[in-house]
Design a protein around this ligand. Structure first.
Ligand code: PMP
Length: 445
């Protein structure tokens, strides 16, 4: 298997030469908060299988939902026909999303949900007044943003590494400074970082709101950028400016949606209601690929027209609204409610916060950031200067590998270790995971 993996599988985001030399971790099964590899080794799933897993692995209720649906029908198309699970799920999503978000456009990856949001936002302005809004062709996003890897979602990304080579293919984006409090050392207070970034946004909108189709932002915390937690009321400030200058607000809840930060959607915590909300990852509890772009009725209505008006949104994938994915997603959301999981996440987030305090004693731990059950530990060479280790030093990779040997899977994002446990992980396992993180860092200092 190891040989065939190297021979035949093109892994995403992998430095191929490094990967070719390393022993692959081949996962075979899962149970609760644990994963097992083909050699029978057991690991705590401290990355929730790439931030998707909600109730654990091999959950009877989710298995049943899937099996019941398989026994009825696996797939029929949403193009020109409907199906029961996608209707029931859309109704549920409309009920649990904030404000008047009520129209659900299905896709199958977070990147696609963002791509769709951008296309909808762009076309929205053209549909309501093609002359007046003809220049609204640009999106605003944060410096360190990651919104996916299709051409549209890369266009609004801020990570140079991902879009450098594709630059000629990308559309227009204006970037805003990320409120990265730990690294913006010129400011004394968190609020000053927030106000500076909001002021930059206001200046931008004053200057060119005529060119802006929308702003896309991850609410409260930027995950893939290194768990960069935003100052309180930053998102609220962005929303107020969107309303003042009449541009659309797109919240990318792909990583933070479905309870990750302790509420069903992160934007709820600041009372923010976006025009368009993107979600994916945790929507099926980690079982099946599914994503959704959810809009207000106002947005949807702008796409209604007579045949010759060409207001239709020409976008749709073969597996859009797949019955298996929708069935398991609906059961996942019901289970979040039945098990009062959001309250548990809030309690366990406080528990994790307490447990993490010990890590500050370690000389290479520069910053610990947390929102709900999303943790980023920034590793530095020197706490004072905040200098980071070079890639060649392999510092974070070594920590991740040590943790793996001790039975915990975590991930590194540049200079940040990320601990994103399964949402339903219990306190014993959370404590165990944090102990392993502590030991793994101290053994690699
Ligand atoms: N947006 C955000 C905020 C994400 O974190 C991710 C994935 N890490 C995506 C979009 C893209 O989702 P996917 O990988 O499912 O395409």
């Amino acid at each position: 298997l190891e040989f065939w993996d190297k021979e035949y599988v093109w892994h995403p985001f992998t430095q191929m030469r490094d990967y070719q030399q390393s022993k692959p971790l081949i996962i075979e099964k899962g149970q609760g908060s644990y994963l097992f590899d083909i050699e029978g080794n057991k690991y705590l799933d401290g990355y929730a299988s790439l931030w998707v897993n909600v109730h654990g692995h091999n959950v009877p209720e989710l298995n049943d939902a899937l099996i019941n649906q398989v026994n009825k029908l696996s797939h029929s198309t949403l193009l020109g026909s409907a199906n029961v699970p996608s209707i029931l799920l859309a109704k549920k999503l409309a009920e649990i999303t904030p404000g008047d978000l009520c129209k659900v456009f299905y896709s199958d990856t977070g990147s696609a949900s963002v791509e769709i949001a951008l296309k909808i936002a762009y076309q929205y302005w053209k549909n309501i007044d093609p002359i007046k809004y003809k220049n609204r062709n640009t999106f605003i996003s944060l410096d360190d943003a990651y919104h996916g890897d299709t051409i549209g979602s890369v266009s609004v990304g801020g990570m140079d590494l991902y879009h450098r080579i594709f630059k000629p293919l990308l559309f227009k984006r204006v970037s805003l400074p990320t409120p990265y409090v730990y690294r913006m050392t010129e400011f004394d207070r968190t609020e000053d970082v927030r106000d500076f970034c909001l002021q930059r946004l206001e200046n931008l909108l004053q200057e060119k709101s005529d060119e802006i189709a929308g702003i896309i932002i991850e609410p409260l915390v930027q995950g893939a950028a290194g768990i960069i937690t935003h100052p309180q009321d930053f998102l609220k400030g962005v929303e107020l400016l969107c309303r003042k200058y009449n541009v659309l607000l797109i919240c990318d809840e792909v990583a933070v949606g479905f309870g990750r930060t302790g509420t069903m959607f992160a934007c709820e915590q600041e009372g923010v209601i976006p025009d368009i909300l993107c979600c994916g990852k945790g929507i099926t509890g980690g079982y099946m690929p599914l994503a959704a772009t959810i809009t207000s009725k106002k947005i949807f209505d702008a796409f209604l027209g007579e045949k010759n008006e060409h207001k239709t949104f020409y976008h749709g994938h073969t597996y859009t609204g797949n019955q298996l994915s929708c069935s398991v997603a609906l059961r996942n959301i019901q289970l979040i409610e039945e098990t009062k999981l959001l309250e548990k996440v809030q309690v366990n987030a406080l528990f994790v916060h307490e447990q993490l305090k010990a890590l500050h004693r370690l000389s290479i731990v520069g910053d610990i950031r947390q929102r709900g059950l999303m943790v980023g530990i920034e590793i530095v060479k020197d706490k004072k200067t905040k200098a980071v280790f070079s890639l060649e030093e392999n510092k974070l990779d070594n920590i991740v590998q040590t943790a793996r040997k001790k039975g915990l899977i975590i991930r590194q994002l540049d200079q940040v270790l990320t601990f994103i446990p399964i949402l339903a992980m219990d306190q014993d396992d959370l404590r165990k995971a944090i102990d392993i993180i502590y030991q793994s860092i101290s053994e690699n200092m």
